[in-house]
Design a protein around this ligand. Structure first.
Ligand SMILES: Nc1ncnc2c1ncn2[C@@H]1O[C@H](COP(=O)(O)OP(=O)(O)O)[C@@H](O)[C@H]1O
Ligand SMILES: [Mg+2]
Length: 357
């Protein structure tokens, strides 16, 4: 398989060492290292179950790459390499889509956020990406995952599934379902943001977990990677998912909810990092939604896990019975702790905004 794929990029497989690489959960990733030369690449197979039209991804990255190299030639943007036929993604005879990227030298990947500075650096990189693309016409981009962060649609889906779930699962999930309805104002808020066009659509990454930033050895942020979900969206998706995944030392897999904590100093690191790049660009209405962003993304993930549990676990892989319910309960706990800190968070956002720059 590698022979043919690498050949489409004008590389001879025998001249390279090929190994599985990284801890990404979506695509399949390999590192390709030259045996007699110093070339290093990343080869990826796009997950077609998730991304139904992989060529839409390549088109987006191509357009963004052209814009960035014209307007910001010094910005480190990891563009896929063109194949011999000129395409940025090739379809192999196995029906799968592959792309080749330059390996970012001396980069490391973090899988958990351990320091404030890492949270700051990541937030700064995601903000920089969106900020540099503020002048790019967002309507030119494809939606690579339709309805991905559409909380209103996800809430409707949750209500549909509640009506048809098995009695046993409804019973076990009773408290979680009550929680979901108790916080439905978060979904209503999202609906009014969409209806009233309160905030602009921007070029948004949509998957701001820490492993999608490459760091240098001093843990300074180098660049954003994993651009499959880059599409039009609201900035609160990116900020909110950082809140969801950076604030607590225990992640969504943790069954012991007492380990879920909100690190307030990490919240201020995200605010400072994000505003260090985006501050002059955010509208007043966007700023007002900074704290809401965390509620949006935590609540959405909670109801996605809960919906999947009620739907007999068709979407997320599970390792034990009730796994998705445990994940949902974990996210509802995180949501409650986040809401408990909301006043402090508002204060942090206004203080950071008012600091002279
Ligand atoms: N250009 C690159 N240079 C160095 N490492 C990379 C590069 N692209 C991806 N990686 C590594 O591969 C991992 C998985 O890639 P990613 O694009 O995030 O795929 P997934 O969608 O599966 O998360 C990353 O977390 C990172 O460790
Ligand atoms: Mg990734």
């Amino acid at each position: 398989m590698f022979n043919d794929i690498l050949k489409s990029f004008n590389l001879i497989a025998q001249e390279y060492h090929i190994e599985k690489f990284g801890e990404g959960l979506i695509n399949r990733t390999w590192k390709i290292t030259g045996l007699g030369n110093t070339n290093e690449f990343i080869l990826q197979q796009i997950n077609k179950n998730v991304f139904k039209t992989p060529t839409h991804i390549a088109e987006n990255i191509d357009k963004i790459g052209a814009y960035l190299s014209k307007h910001y030639p010094d910005y480190l943007f990891v563009l896929p390499l063109a194949a011999v036929n000129g395409d940025y993604m090739v379809k192999h005879s196995d029906g799968e889509y592959y792309r080749l990227l330059p390996y970012v030298k001396q980069s490391i990947t973090l899988n958990t956020v351990q320091t404030r500075s890492e949270a700051f650096e990541a937030a700064r990189q995601f903000a920089k990406f969106t900020n540099l693309l503020a002048g790019f016409s967002v309507t030119k981009l494809n939606y690579t995952l339709a309805g991905f962060h559409d909380l209103s649609a996800r809430f409707e889906e949750f209500k549909r599934v509640v009506k048809k779930a098995s009695a046993e699962r409804l019973n076990k999930a009773n408290t979680a379902i009550e929680n979901a309805f108790a916080h439905q104002n978060i979904a209503e808020m999202h609906q009014s943001i969409m209806n009233d066009g309160l905030i602009p659509l921007r070029v948004v990454h949509h998957d701001t977990k820490i492993s999608n930033i490459l760091f240098d050895e001093e843990h300074k942020g180098l660049c954003v990677i994993d651009l499959d979900t880059v599409m039009p969206g609201y900035y609160i998706s990116d900020v909110g998912d950082m809140m969801r995944t950076y604030l607590s030392p225990a992640n969504e897999e943790e069954p012991d909810t007492s380990k879920i904590e909100i690190r307030e100093d990490f919240f201020s690191a995200i605010v400072e990092g994000y505003l260090s790049e985006m501050s002059t660009n955010l509208t007043e209405a966007e700023r007002e939604l900074f704290v809401y962003s965390g509620k949006l993304m935590i609540y959405m993930q909670a109801i996605r896990f809960l919906t999947d549990y009620l739907n007999d676990d068709v979407y997320y892989g599970t390792n034990y019975p009730g796994h998705n319910l445990v994940r949902a309960q974990n996210q509802f706990t995180l949501l409650e702790k986040y809401i408990a800190a909301e006043d402090t968070f508002q204060q942090i956002v206004s203080n950071t905004q008012n600091q002279p720059r």
